[in-house]
Design a protein around this ligand. Structure first.
Ligand SMILES: [Cu+2]
Length: 340
């Protein structure tokens, strides 16, 4: 059910399905999937889709009408095309003023809806864009003044609006989760806000939408919409420091991680590693992907990333570590993957 209008899902699906199948046959192919503005999973993305469909359908009808009129004007004899003055005033002045004004009013209403949380206190999440990964903070969730930090994944409760406060650490990025809401610029030294609403639990994909350098295309993230109780469980688990190594191989992995200097850039809560130049790795094993959607999250891919980060994602801010031996690499990967 839609949080605001109360119209039923089925009815909305139907007319949208018809609109997609008709005017946008080509685009209908990309309707499904975790990153699709044509397959909304929340009321804000739905409102944006409705506006888009109206603009495309309305613009299409007017275009066809004008083309037909132009064709007729070419072939018709002048005396069969009377009242040119009325056409100019009606079609050239009155019609555009009326339609554009109506559209403007509708657009204002949509923009209002996108920033309205319906009286519900939104969950606040801060996201900072880095070249080329996403730093995520949950203020007010840690112990005392502490702030829960994670990276490359937002977990949010279903049904509750989320206020995402975005900024950037280096260049301009843009935060976009097409299935859940609008698009917002991330500007260094400036905070912007947008409201995401996820009604259907699931994993949705976000992507940087402002060209930000060589690896802009490899700057994606996941938004996991969880039922409220599971969201609370996730928060509780995420607040815990990293699990103690289970067995000698994991312990050797942690030691090798600390010896290699990874802690200069990465934090693993519960160990001396407290760097901030790279993603927080306290629960890296539980994330869906590695390096902002670049690699699957498996021990093999992780070992490959450590040895060849510059080969996999050239110019990214993490050096490759070809000096690490196979045993160290493997042990680090096994330990990091155990940090769920
Ligand atoms: Cu980018």
């Amino acid at each position: 059910m839609d949080r605001r209008s109360g119209r039923s899902e089925g009815c909305r699906r139907n007319w949208r399905g018809a609109a997609l199948a008709g005017g946008m046959g080509l685009l209908a192919a990309c309707e499904q999937g975790p990153q699709s503005a044509l397959h909304p999973a929340g009321s804000n993305a739905e409102a944006i889709l409705d506006l888009t469909l109206l603009l495309v359908a309305g613009g299409g009808v007017i275009f066809l009408f004008v083309m037909a009129l132009a064709g007729y004007a070419v072939i018709a004899r002048p005396e069969r095309f009377p009242g040119s003055r009325a056409w100019i005033i009606g079609g050239g002045i009155v019609f555009p003023i009326v339609t554009l004004t109506a559209l403007q009013v509708y657009e204002f209403a949509v923009a209002r809806q996108l920033s309205d949380t319906g009286g519900v206190e939104p969950l606040r999440i801060e996201v900072t864009g880095h070249m080329w990964w996403w730093e995520v903070r949950y203020p007010g969730v840690g112990e005392g003044d502490e702030v829960l930090r994670t990276a490359n994944r937002l977990v949010i409760p279903a049904g509750r609006p989320v206020e995402v406060v975005v900024t950037a650490a280096d260049v301009i990025h843009s935060f976009w989760v097409p299935s859940l809401g609008g698009k917002m610029d991330m500007i260094p030294g400036h905070e912007n806000r947008l409201i995401l609403v996820g009604e259907r639990p699931g994993t949705y994909r976000g992507q940087c939408a402002e060209y930000c350098g060589a690896q802009h295309a490899l700057m994606a993230f996941d938004v996991v919409v969880e039922p409220p109780e599971r969201f609370e469980d996730w928060l509780a688990a995420e607040r815990r420091p990293a699990a103690e190594p289970d067995g000698p191989q994991q312990a050797a992995g942690r030691d090798a991680f600390l010896r290699a200097g990874c802690g200069a850039c990465h934090t693993v809560r519960g160990t001396p590693a407290n760097g901030a130049a790279g993603p927080d790795l306290t629960h890296v094993g539980g994330r869906g992907a590695l390096a902002a959607g670049t690699l699957p999250n498996t021990p093999e891919a992780l070992a490959g990333w450590i040895a060849g980060a510059q080969h996999i994602k050239p110019e990214n801010r993490m050096p490759s570590f070809p000096i690490l031996g196979g045993d160290d690499l493997h042990a680090i990967a096994v330990w990091l993957e155990s940090l769920k």
